[in-house]
Design a protein around this ligand. Structure first.
Ligand code: SIN
Length: 331
């Protein structure tokens, strides 16, 4: 990392989202995400006098609902190169907020934690009144340029908060206040364009990557439970081509009995079944029947993050319920 006299050299990877979005009219609600290229964005940012040298690379320019294995792989490869490059001190990724938590968590699981990697987005497009994009970006640059940010895995900066990837969740569909929260751990730091305060020490003792990046992503659908959910809904998801299933269960990962029975049959036949909760801040602990059922409890991971972890585990050859459970116990 550069010393105090040298500016941190940061690679900025653009993927699109609202932070790169344009409405064309400051008073319009509708807008198109992924319109501004990363070079244009960095040109706009240049006059702000940030204490960092920024180099841009466009990975994609998409709404984040379209971000999946191809973009994940391109990001992983670009960041791995940056980790190995002495001329790069840290990485900032601009990303749509809708699925930022999924991409951030996947990268957190599959990258070393030796240099800062910070994901940032915006709730309002660049030309909206009160757009939050540039402030969030300046905050993200401050975090990524701080040597103290390494050893913490991938971080997500939204508003003036810094969240760990494993905890970051989008909790509001509109507005910039508290759009993201950390669960079960809150912010790990607060940041403004002028200051950064960490609340604790880095937690990744072993900074090497925890899992290999999947060569292929196994099929793992999410079953969203409702009161009285009928078995046909589950049957449609339970094709022979799936390797695992995440349940967005009611309450603490519960399901109506007929659906549960169906999943017990498949779990006992070898399908990895994870019980998560559709409740926003839902902790799902193991229950006594999970042993016999061969179910896994998602603990603090929401269904979309549970899916990411399960895909990574299966791709890394970890298909036994106890091995999967221990990964969910300390993600
Ligand atoms: C997106 O996720 O690409 C659109 C929404 C956003 O960035 O806030």
């Amino acid at each position: 990392m550069s010393n105090a006299k040298t500016l941190p050299r940061l690679l900025v990877l653009g993927t699109g989202g609202t932070i790169a979005g344009i409405a064309g009219d400051a008073l319009r609600h509708e807008y198109r995400p992924g319109q501004i290229g990363i070079d244009e964005w960095l040109e706009d940012a240049a006059h702000l006098g940030m204490q960092a040298e920024l180099t841009g690379k466009q990975i994609a320019n998409l709404g984040s609902e379209d971000i999946g294995p191809d973009v994940w792989r391109a990001l992983h490869s670009a960041i791995s190169d940056a980790m190995a490059d002495d001329a790069v001190d840290g990485v900032v990724i601009t990303h749509g907020t809708d699925t930022a938590e999924e991409t951030a968590f996947l990268l957190d699981l599959t990258l070393p934690a030796t240099k800062p990697v910070v994901m940032v987005g915006a709730m309002r497009p660049a030309d909206a009144v009160g757009s939050d994009g540039m402030r969030n970006f300046v905050n993200a640059v401050r975090v990524a340029g701080d040597p103290e940010a390494s050893g913490r895995g991938v971080l997500v900066v939204m508003g003036d908060r810094v969240l760990a990837a494993r905890d970051a969740r989008k909790v509001r569909t509109r507005g910039t206040d508290d759009a993201f929260r950390g669960f079960p751990r809150g912010s790990v730091a607060v940041v403004t364009p002028a200051a950064l305060d960490w609340f604790g020490k880095p937690w990744r003792d072993n900074t090497s990557a925890r899992y290999a990046f999947p060569a292929e992503f196994p099929r793992v659908p999410v079953l969203y439970a409702t009161g009285g959910l009928e078995t046909w809904t589950a049957e449609r998801l339970l094709g022979d081509d799936i390797r695992g299933l995440v349940v967005a269960g009611v309450g603490e990962g519960n399901l109506p009995d007929p659906v549960r029975q169906l999943l017990v049959e498949r779990a006992q036949a070898g399908l990895a079944v994870v019980r998560a909760s559709r409740v926003d801040e839902g902790l799902v602990d193991r229950e006594p029947e999970d042993d016999a059922n061969r179910f896994i409890a998602a603990r603090a991971l929401n269904p979309q993050k549970a899916r990411i972890l399960l895909m990574v585990l299966l791709a890394n050859g970890k298909g036994a319920p106890d091995a999967i459970q221990s990964a969910f116990d300390s993600p």
